[in-house]
Design a protein around this ligand. Structure first.
Ligand code: MN
Length: 420
């Protein structure tokens, strides 16, 4: 038995405010649905951030409805949870519930799982950091004990159910800054944790979850906060055959996406390289998007921007930056390896400017505390103990290093005097 697990559609989002990019998303979503139908999936899970905006445009609503109608005609049920992009800050009814009410899709709930064939599906809407304990952790423990009881009953009846939990949350295990819960917080007893929120494809089995598979399919296309790059995007076909103990997945690449890539040019080679990339661009059905890094000294941006104008007919959009000759020593190096470690990158940058390990740790703690998806209302919920710890630490640090600051101040003043 196969199901599709799709997340972070962000329907209605238009990268670079281009209508073509909004259209691209609808088309790519259509591809995911078409491929799911061709694979004869028994159900489709949408793991949140269905729309990019809590008040989506008519176009986004109609395009989603069109795909859901196709699925209805094929009798393929669709189950969904909400992501933060679907939820309005006002207490309005979330728009995706419209599709639940029309019978085109079903919203998942924590307390009443849905059953189809031998599959039991639980789901939670996105919980903000401020409500993780009440909204997730406590209900998780409750579900855990319910499942444990059920399993005992089922073994007696020799009846086996596969269980799926659908969530739209970030796990600290994969990203320290975007994380909201740990894998250890998840309730034990599920075969598959159908996740949304992270826009990269991630899968991991956790022994602590009895080899349950935690999987993010990633967003269906490059979205907001994602740099132009030639990453692949897709969705997951999840195999829940009764025969095998473990759940297996196949990640399906979405091929109708518009090609996006980065390209570096040495300024003296500009003409040759531009001719080359214009030629290359012709192989794609849709005009690609390019991010150019031009390296060289004494480049006049005005002249360069005129030289780049020839890209306009072959590319939907191009972005360019001039890298100075010394830029290899610059702080950032976003190479294409998937192993990019945000924590390490941040701490090395902070260390470089503060020259102090303890202060670097303190800064990371502070960043972690105040980082909550831009929701400043959550700040009041910061752990009081942590606040006190940090205040104490700051005070102690100041007491111990008072003299340093005083010398620093004096030397600054001295330096000023000298130079003048
Ligand atoms: Mn998202």
């Amino acid at each position: 038995m196969l199901i599709s697990h799709i997340s972070d559609l962000h329907l209605g989002y238009a990268q670079f405010n281009l209508q073509e990019r909004e259209e691209d998303l609808y088309e790519v979503f259509g591809e995911a649905i078409e491929k799911s139908i061709n694979e004869h999936v028994k159900a489709i899970i949408l793991a949140g951030d269905i729309f990019h905006n809590p008040k989506p445009t008519g176009a986004a609503i109609i395009r989603l409805a069109r795909e859901l109608k196709k699925l209805k005609e094929k009798s393929i049920p669709v189950f969904f949870v909400l992501g933060e992009h679907d939820i309005s800050r006002s207490s309005d009814v979330p728009l995706p519930y419209l599709f639940h009410n029309l019978g085109l899709a079903k919203r998942l709930k924590p307390d009443s799982p849905v059953q189809i064939d031998n599959l039991l599906i639980y789901g939670f809407n996105k919980e903000r950091r401020s409500n993780i304990d009440n909204g997730l952790i406590r209900p998780f423990r409750k579900i855990e004990s319910i499942l444990e009881n059920d399993t005992q009953k089922q073994t007696a009846q020799n009846h086996w159910l596969k269980k799926i939990l659908v969530l739209h949350q970030g796990l600290y295990d994969f990203n320290k800054f975007a994380g909201e819960i740990f894998s250890n917080d998840l309730p034990i007893g599920f075969d598959y944790y159908a996740m949304g929120h992270y826009h990269d494809h991630i899968e991991k089995r956790f022994t602590t979850l009895n080899e349950g598979l935690v999987a993010y399919p990633g967003s269906i296309d490059l979205g907001h906060n994602e740099a132009i790059s030639d990453v692949e995007k897709g969705f997951l076909l999840v195999d829940l055959s009764e025969a095998s103990a473990n759940v297996n997945t196949h990640w399906i690449k979405l091929e109708k996406r518009r090609h996006q890539f980065e390209y570096q040019i040495e300024y003296p080679d500009l003409d040759d390289k531009l001719r080359y990339i214009v030629q290359e661009s012709a192989q794609y059905a849709k005009k690609p998007i390019i991010d150019l890094k031009i390296r060289g000294a004494d480049i006049d941006p005005k002249i360069l921007s005129r030289q780049l104008l020839q890209l306009e007919t072959s590319f939907l959009y191009y972005n360019w930056n001039i890298l100075g000759e010394d830029s290899t020593t610059g702080g950032f190096s976003y190479d294409n390896t998937r192993e990019f470690d945000m924590d390490k990158e941040m701490s090395s940058l902070i260390l470089k400017s503060l020259h102090s390990e303890p202060l670097t740790h303190l800064s990371l703690d502070l960043i972690n505390m105040f980082h909550n998806d831009g929701d400043s209302n959550d700040n009041k919920n910061i752990d009081k103990d942590k606040n006190n710890q940090i205040a104490n630490y700051l005070w102690k640090f100041f007491e111990n290093n008072k003299s340093n600051y005083q010398t620093l101040d004096n030397s600054k003043i001295d330096g000023k005097d000298d130079s003048n």
